[in-house]
Design a protein around this ligand. Structure first.
Ligand SMILES: Nc1nc2c(ncn2[C@@H]2O[C@H](COP(=O)(O)OP(=O)(O)OP(=O)(O)O)[C@@H](O)[C@H]2O)c(=O)[nH]1
Length: 204
């Protein structure tokens, strides 16, 4: 069983919970409790490999101002950075997150950074209210050497699945490199972080 940990990060209301829940349950639910961080777990099979997936849906409010993210950066194997195409402030926040992740990972392994981050412009169904151009998202992704797509958690289930699948493939293909970096089991680190922050766990 391969363990994969993916952190979904982004500004408040960008659609982090909507994306995670859509991928895990196929359903789009209009409103989500946003007062606490959440780790969803799921077993799935990808390319014949059994995967125990943990998705960390980070409640954004406490992070908006500080961007330290040290625990999340250590915990996660892959990152999905979400912004809302109808909210320029969320794009600026996504940009700051990308820089923060890159600066912390560059010291470790450049190649890992390039394939384990996905920048997602969510709420494509609201393109009549668009504040961030597709080309701006693409440019930011190229500058940070990460993958990019625009989609709608509300309307594009297949695109959501395709995006998560790419993240999982890229993340698992990085594991050989990452194992060399990890001093000991990641399980104990995850447990430690969970104990400290008391996150809710949900099995889907
Ligand atoms: N139109 C539209 N609305 C969406 C989409 N995705 C999410 N929303 C809505 O945007 C709002 C915020 O979605 P959440 O998933 O709670 O956003 P979040 O990033 O988890 O927000 P926080 O928990 O506050 O950090 C909700 O009202 C969702 O219904 C989408 O693709 N299209």
């Amino acid at each position: 069983m391969t363990e994969v940990k993916v952190a979904v990060l982004g500004g408040s209301g960008a659609g982090k919970s909507a994306l995670a829940v859509r991928f895990l349950t196929r359903r789009f639910i209009g409103e989500y409790a946003s007062s606490a961080d959440c780790i969803y777990t799921k077993h799935l099979c990808l390319d014949g490999r059994q995967i125990h997936l943990e998705i960390y849906d980070l409640c954004s409010q406490p992070q908006q101002g500080k961007l330290s993210l040290t625990d999340e950066l250590h915990w996660a194997d892959g990152f999905i950075i979400v912004y809302d195409i109808s909210d320029r402030a969320s794009f600026a926040f996504a940009k700051a997150l990308l820089y923060r992740i890159r600066e912390s990972h560059l010291a470790v392994c450049k190649k890992m950074v390039e394939s384990s981050i996905f920048l997602v412009g969510n709420k494509q169904d609201l393109c009549h209210m668009r504040e961030v151009g597709w080309d701006e998202g693409q440019k930011l992704a190229i500058e940070n050497k990460c993958q990019f797509c625009e989609l709608s958690a509300a309307e594009h289930y297949q695109e959501v699945v395709a995006m998560f699948t790419k993240v999982l493939r890229n993340t698992t293909s990085n594991f050989k490199v990452k194992e060399k970096r990890r001093p000991s089991g990641s399980k104990s680190m995850a447990k430690l972080i969970n104990n400290v922050f008391g996150k809710r766990r949900k099995s889907v």
